[in-house]
Ligand binder design. Structure first.
Ligand code: FEO
Length: 387
């Protein structure tokens, strides 16, 4: 329960959630952290708190540095309870705190906790003097809630970015240069796909706003603190937020008697023949939140389902509902599947892909079991269609 020094008089005082494996539907196989940061200046300032059940862990870390009663400001960058959940208990002991937040943040905190705390609202461009340091605020609405903001400590060149640039990754290491970077980047991509993907335009705008800042450290609210790979993660966010894709086909399916699976592999052969990387994602063995990591950069989204009771399979319906909500853009879609008599699933899948705004390849709909000739025909025809 030690605080971790980031720069002189600036500390990580958050909590490590080694056990969480499901974050409202997002599979967090590597756990997560809730990052809170303490700045010790003439005004003692805490940036964000932690999930309610991790309050004790946070307060122990803070107490090793200062008496928590002496906190002057709490900057609430985001209302969601993994960052504001420690506030109610903390406000009981830190009686003189002013909560610094956006207008929407104030509304959200009041709606969550029904308390008439001492608030000061800020807007983009506002500065708060802490003594030797100044902290600047940039509102980043819908990255990923209306209340979101980030703040920048000019003297120490630290961007406190809240959910942006975060990763669900529990570790006793706090910095990107102390962790395998491929894992950190993969978790950052998964985080982007599952949390931030619908808000690409807002992310692009926020990136533009912070692009003029001299940043030495990005301190997000989950996972590793970026101090070595800053340009890489910013480049990733630029790419992801503008829906720049790669020549990759994600082939997502579920299958009853393996006929739809056979079609999935015939589809794969067509993409392979065109030199396009493929990722086979059977929904019986892959979680939808992991498939979304692939979707972040894949140009082709191919979705297959058998027909069951006049419908697509429930696993496929769940994936498509999730996909549509996350709203990736500029993709090419393909619906495919085997059926016995009704065959409704393929049209249903195609309807959703169309409603996502994807360009569509011709759907593939095969009755019962495709033989080798049929599979070869599928591959040959699709090969000719893939742009
Ligand atoms: Fe990590 Fe939107 O909360």
């Amino acid at each position: 329960m030690q605080p971790v020094k980031i720069k002189e008089n600036i500390y990580w005082v958050g909590a490590i959630d080694w056990d969480v494996r499901n974050f409202h539907g997002y599979l967090t196989q590597r756990g997560t952290t809730y990052n809170a940061y303490l700045i010790i200046d003439e005004k003692i300032t805490l940036i964000d708190t932690v999930k309610p059940q991790f309050y004790d862990e946070m307060i122990k870390r803070i107490s090793r540095l200062i008496n928590p009663e002496k906190i002057d400001y709490i900057i609430s960058n985001h209302v969601e309870m993994d960052h504001s959940g420690g506030l109610p208990k903390l406000m009981e002991i830190a009686k003189n705190v002013t909560i610094i937040t956006s207008h929407k943040g104030q509304q959200g905190l009041k709606n969550h906790y029904k308390k008439d705390w001492n608030f000061k609202t800020v807007k983009s461009g506002d500065t708060l003097n802490l003594g030797k340091r100044n902290i600047n605020f940039v509102l980043t609405p819908m990255v990923h809630w209306p209340d979101n903001m980030v703040c920048y400590l000019a003297e120490d060149k630290i961007l406190f970015s809240n959910d942006a640039f975060g990763q669900h990754l529990a570790s006793s290491e706090r910095f990107d240069d102390k962790l395998p970077i491929q894992i950190v980047l993969e978790e950052a991509k998964k985080y982007y796909g599952n949390i931030v993907l619908p808000y690409g335009n807002q992310v692009a705008k926020a990136l533009e706003t912070v692009s003029g800042l001299d940043i030495e450290t990005i301190a997000p609210s989950h996972g590793a603190i970026w101090r070595l790979h800053i340009s890489e993660i910013i480049e990733c966010y630029k790419k992801w937020s503008t829906n720049k894709t790669e020549d990759v086909a994600v082939i997502v399916y579920d299958t009853m008697w393996n006929s739809t699976e056979k079609i999935a592999y015939a589809v794969q052969s067509a993409f392979e023949a065109k030199g396009i990387t493929t990722k086979m994602r059977n929904l019986k063995t892959n979680h939808i939140s992991d498939v979304i990591t692939d979707v972040v950069t894949a140009k082709y989204i191919c979705v297959g389902s058998s027909t069951l009771n006049n419908n697509m399979l429930p696993t496929v319906a769940a994936f498509l509902t999730y996909l549509k909500g996350l709203a990736p853009k500029n993709r090419v879609g393909l619906a495919f599947g085997s059926y016995g008599w009704g065959g409704q699933s393929i049209d249903q899948v195609e309807d959703v892909l169309e409603s996502c705004g994807f360009d569509l390849l011709d759907q593939i709909k095969i009755q019962f079991i495709p033989d080798n000739n049929t599979l070869q025909e599928i591959t040959n025809k699709l090969k000719g269609e893939i742009p």
